[in-house]
Write a protein that binds this ligand. Structure first.
Ligand code: TRP
Length: 335
């Protein structure tokens, strides 16, 4: 049996934080070391344009995210690692798919619907500030996935609907033009921790509660000291449930360390001590990769080269496949 393909994209609109690391990057890199799969990871810089109008942010984020994945040990001999915008076949396929995508399907996309609802609630025109990028976003995402005939797509729960749409679009194309596409499946891992942020809500750029992944040691410590706690004194027993600090600690701890921290909470460990232990644990895990990260970031040419190599390998797949697809829809030389 041929290898299953696992593919996922990372939108380049921000600085990687501990939540990205625990929830997506670390499990993906671990999975990529397995032999049974072909894995594809890409920097979704065209997706970034949908959310971000600041060229410097998109550019810097692309650099930081690429450096992060490389520093954390992504094996680019095994996994395909590329930048979406380096693969022109993806945008070409987006058009072929756009032509078979029902507008009604796009009308039902959560992100688009939420934007319309917000306008209506504010008494505005329903289309206010909604551009075609947001509306067509699921088609671009379908092209990302179908271009590589991915079987499995690890994503957060918020992306499951986009995978259903990708399947719908693939089915429609296959029905019209022949069996070209694998129908992809979303993989949502419920065992992967959703990390709380400094204020206890989900760690997310939009809540402004993140701990950036590559803070220098002192700043990392300072940031961890800011995790919200309550006013219980040292010596008073503390609850682990609903403790952001405990959850963050656990995301980095092995089972013995978790057990010990649970006991320390029951025994009334002071918040300062618990935070210090949390800092040490996280810092120990990140320190070696941090050095690599810093070396990479200060040498963008090396990263650029790795991405170009990735694109070249990716295009060995996408170029012939796109030729086949163009032919299938009737776009080919006249003689
Ligand atoms: N839309 C995804 C997100 O916001 C990122 C993404 C773009 C993606 N293309 C993809 C994920 C293809 C998986 C497969 O998280």
């Amino acid at each position: 049996m041929s290898k299953r393909t696992v593919l996922t994209g990372i939108t380049t609109t921000g600085t990687p934080h501990l939540g990205n690391y625990v929830g997506a990057i670390k499990p993906a890199i671990e999975a990529s070391h397995g032999d049974g799969v072909r894995s594809c990871y890409f920097l979704a810089d065209y997706h970034a344009l949908i959310k971000c109008r600041e060229p410097e942010v998109v550019h810097r984020s692309t650099l930081e995210i690429a450096a992060t994945w490389l520093a954390l040990g992504l094996d680019t001999d095994k996994a395909l690692f590329y930048r979406q915008s380096d693969i022109p076949e993806i945008t070409e396929l987006t058009w072929l798919l756009t032509c078979v995508t029902a507008k009604g399907l796009m009308n039902r996309a959560h992100a688009y619907k939420a934007a319309v609802q917000e306008n209506l609630d504010a008494g505005e025109d329903p289309d206010k500030a909604i551009d075609m990028g947001l509306f067509s976003y699921p088609v671009l995402m379908a092209a990302d996935i179908l271009m590589f005939n991915a079987h499995h797509v690890p994503v957060g729960r918020d992306q499951v609907q986009h995978l259903e749409m990708a399947r719908d679009i693939a089915q429609r194309f296959n029905h019209l033009f022949g069996e070209h596409f694998v129908l992809p499946e979303a993989v949502v891992d419920d065992n992967v921790a959703v990390l709380p942020g400094l204020d206890g809500r989900k760690m997310s750029k939009s809540y402004n509660n993140t701990i950036p992944l590559w803070l220098p040691e002192k700043k990392l410590r300072k940031s961890i000291m800011k995790i919200v706690t309550n006013s219980l004194e040292p010596g008073q027993p503390k609850q682990t449930e609903d403790s952001a600090l405990f959850a963050i600690y656990c995301a980095f701890a092995d089972s013995g360390q978790r057990k010990a921290m649970r006991q320390a909470f029951a025994d009334g460990i002071g918040w300062g001590d618990a935070k210090q232990q949390c800092f040490e644990l996280i810092n120990t895990e990140l320190a070696p990769a941090r050095e690599t990260y810093e070396a990479l970031i200060s040498n963008p040419a090396r990263i650029e080269e790795r991405l170009r190599e990735g694109a070249e390998r990716a295009r060995r797949i996408t170029l012939p496949f796109m030729r086949e697809l163009r032919k299938a829809v009737g776009i080919r030389p006249l003689v």
